[in-house]
Design a protein around this ligand. Structure first.
Ligand SMILES: C[S@@+](CC[C@H](N)C(=O)[O-])C[C@H]1O[C@@H](n2cnc3c(N)ncnc32)[C@H](O)[C@@H]1O
Length: 207
């Protein structure tokens, strides 16, 4: 392995803890064949894990950050996976995504660590790219109307807002409404460990 490949790899310890619960929900939802687009792949550890778990699918990682894309590329090279494409420079908040279609999409832990415009762009992108009936899988910490937010999530929210006032935990209801305006229906809300939620949105079937 060339040294520079290993040097670019990043490690996100949470991916080792959450990939099991995420995979349990995500993998059965995926189509029998086709391409899965991951928005905000970060280190790339998730995409290589899920690509190994579902080798019949083509996996397309992406991230807005060049450092993240270098890490993703390094993980792909290290794992020697033939079913993962090179990472795309994709800013969810923009409408000029460098990909025109995906059979399914996933986005883990981006919505609270980005301005709200990234969530709006994610939903617009899912509406553009997914086929009728296609799934967008989202994971992360959220607030819910009428539900007391866990103290650990309140502290996390305060820390995020200190880093960037545009960041912070979003209300599930606001994310659902944003999805709805783009023709995506919230089909499943699953409570996962460490006060995180998995959300399954489905694009309306063609009529
Ligand atoms: C907390 S990390 C999560 C990464 C990975 N999904 C995971 O679970 O480990 C958030 C990622 O979102 C990316 N990100 C933030 N804003 C974005 C945007 N507008 N479009 C695409 N990616 C974005 C960051 O570059 C970062 O890699």
């Amino acid at each position: 392995m060339p040294q520079e490949v290993g040097d670019a790899r990043r490690y996100a310890p949470a991916t080792g803890r959450n990939r099991g619960p995420i995979g349990d929900l995500l993998l059965p939802l995926l189509p029998a064949c086709g391409l899965v687009l991951e928005v905000a792949s970060g280190s790339g550890e998730h995409v290589v894990h899920f690509a190994k778990a579902a080798p019949h699918l083509v996996w397309q990682p992406s991230d807005a950050s060049p450092e993240a894309r270098a890490s993703i590329a390094a993980w792909i090279a290290l794992e020697g996976l033939g079913n993962v494409r090179a990472p795309l420079a994709l800013d969810a908040s923009r409408d000029d995504w460098p990909i025109a279609a995906a059979d399914a999409m996933m986005c883990v832990n981006m919505i609270h660590i980005s301005p709200w415009g990234a969530t709006e762009g994610l939903m617009r992108g899912a509406a553009r790219l997914l086929p009728p009936g296609g799934v967008l899988f989202v994971y992360g910490p959220f607030r819910r109307e009428g539900v007391v937010t866990a103290p650990s999530n309140e502290a996390f929210d305060a820390e995020l807002r200190r880093q960037d006032p545009r960041w912070g935990l979003r209300y599930l209801e606001a994310v659902e409404a944003c999805a709805g305006t783009n023709g995506l229906k919230l089909e499943t809300v699953a409570e996962l460990p460490a006060n995180n939620l998995a959300l399954v949105f489905r694009k309306a079937a063609a009529v």
